[in-house]
Design a protein around this ligand. Structure first.
Ligand code: FRU
Length: 514
């Protein structure tokens, strides 16, 4: 299909036409990464859910395949996962690829179904005795099964989102499922609804003797800035209960932008935990200024745990494979900026067509703020800066280009209800505390806490691809993903401060392409 969309990313995965949301059923086998995704082949808004399908051998060049699962008379094919059944426990052959997904319809509700592939994950057959799991309590929101092998018990486990909690089930054969336990009521950001779980183990600070379990909980609403976000909980799991290290009130986010949702990881990658998220937010996902297709995934990210001030956090760094995108590099060197004398690199991005990576080490020193602006000749700009007084990294997209569509955005009803509750209690609704804009769900700033980082100098690695900005600080201790819609490419960079001098070291530009 010939691309007709100005904003289609150059080096991120997108469907050639139609709508995409969550990544689904991701696995790695025989050198090939498989990515399925929530897909509407009939239009560029949500509906008619299928599992679209694409593959890659290097995590950057994606090849489109026919949809892996088509919507059927039982319902939509909602999100889910896939595993390689190496021992053939399901009786469908050794090395069969087994997908678990949610079938969703008004008549049948949300029920978990199985499909299998014996050709390495291209053609799937739906199991004749579906569903394999229904909610025991008639719950309406019961979906997005993530399946994993739990060696200590020699069993498969499934974690399913169940409104405001996650439920664990176990099975010897991926077909008969037994309820194990639940986690999550009252935990993390409030108000919330749980969706798209993931569950895995990672070493803390790379120490294989010290491993922890991580539960990914994608929440909508619950994002600090409204709408959808990826939250996670770190703790212990004995095959029975997940016990979180932190108290219920603590909320930890994998990404501090507004366009990072439904993060899930590939199965079959050994010790490596590789995640992908959908770059949008349910508040405005259906109204972004795109026509032919709608929806892109983040760059593949390597997830890791690190300890800080007695707690364990999860970071997300761009996968090393992504370096192969660098087509040409310009080393700018060291720049010093003061409030009176910002430094401008005029037109340094010209010719990249908004497909570039910008790296630098920023030392804000005593400056109150230190950062940079990507801008074009129309005055559209993205500001990325360290607010040292508030201890925040901020990205401000209020003037980034097209933003008006954000006024049409539909905030989640749960969020509106919560605003009302707070207003009645005489409090400012928490979403209004976002400094920039409450009326427009798109035109705002997002921020991340700097105490996730180690020192007073920050390595900043920014990827821009037509309509997305992904920021990684200190190797992913902070990740921040936001969409932007400039009407001309950003051509120039301005390095600036407020109240003091800051150093921008090793400023490096890479033009990126496939
Ligand atoms: C998350 C989600 C899932 C659901 C899917 C439907 O974005 O709401 O919970 O399975 O999208 O497309």
């Amino acid at each position: 299909v010939k691309n007709t969309d100005y904003y289609r990313p150059i080096y991120h995965h997108t469907p050639s036409y139609g709508w995409m949301n969550d990544p689904n059923g991701m696995f790695y086998k025989d050198g090939v990464y498989h990515l399925c995704y929530q897909y509407n082949p009939y239009g560029s808004k949500w509906g008619n859910m299928h599992w679209g399908h694409a593959t890659t051998t290097d995590l950057i060049h994606w090849k489109a395949s026919a949809p892996a699962l088509d919507r059927d008379p039982m319902g939509h094919i909602y999100s889910g996962s896939a595993v390689i059944d190496r021992q053939g426990t399901a009786g469908l052959g050794k090395d069969a690829i087994i997908a678990l997904y949610t079938s969703a319809s008004d008549e049948n509700g949300q029920i978990q179904c199985l499909a299998y592939s014996t050709d390495g994950g291209y053609k799937f057959t739906k199991y004749e005795h579906n569903p394999v799991l229904r909610p025991f309590d008639g719950l309406k929101d019961f979906r997005d099964p993530k399946v994993f092998w739990f060696a200590p018990k020699n069993l498969w486990y499934m974690i399913v989102s169940a409104d405001k909690e996650m439920r664990f089930y176990s099975s010897p054969d991926l077909k008969k499922w037994t309820y194990v336990s639940s986690f999550g009521q009252g935990y993390g950001a409030q108000p919330n609804q749980f969706e798209c779980p993931d569950f895995f183990r990672l070493p803390v600070d790379g120490d294989s003797q010290h491993q922890k379990y991580v539960m990914i909980v994608n929440i909508n609403p619950g994002c600090l800035f409204g709408g959808s976000a990826t939250e996670y909980f770190v703790g212990e799991f004995d095959g029975k209960n997940f016990v979180c290290d932190d108290g219920p009130k603590e909320a930890k986010f994998l990404d501090y932008g507004k366009d990072h949702y439904a993060t899930v990881t590939f199965s079959g990658t050994g010790d490596r935990v590789l995640g992908l998220a959908w770059m949008s937010n349910w508040q405005y996902a259906n109204v972004t200024p795109i026509k032919q297709y709608r929806g892109a995934n983040t760059l593949p990210r390597e997830l890791f745990l690190f300890a800080k001030d007695g707690e364990t956090f999860m970071g997300a760094n761009v996968a090393t494979e992504v370096r192969a995108l660098r087509k040409s590099t310009r080393y700018v060197g060291t720049l010093k900026a003061t409030e009176k004398a910002p430094k401008e690199e005029k037109n340094c991005l010209a010719g990249t067509g908004d497909a570039f990576e910008l790296e630098m080490d920023i030392t804000p020193s005593e400056a109150a703020t230190a950062g940079f602006e990507l801008y074009n000749s129309k005055g559209e700009r993205v500001k990325i800066y360290f607010d040292t007084k508030a201890g925040k990294l901020v990205m401000d997209r209020t003037e980034s280009g097209l933003t008006a569509f954000g006024e049409k955005a539909e905030s989640h009803q749960i969020e509106k209800d919560f605003d009302l509750v707070e207003e009645k209690a005489g409090k400012a609704p928490s979403r209004k505390t976002n400094p920039v804009n409450y009326k427009n769900d798109f035109a705002l700033g997002t921020w991340a806490p700097l105490n996730l980082c180690k020192g007073k100098s920050y390595h900043v690695d920014v990827f821009v691809d037509k309509c997305s900005v992904e920021i990684f600080v200190d190797g992913g201790r902070i990740a921040m993903t936001n969409l932007v819609f400039p009407t001309l490419p950003y051509e120039s960079v301005k390095f600036y401060t407020q109240k003091g001098t800051a150093t921008f070291k090793n400023v490096t530009l890479h033009r990126l392409g496939l």
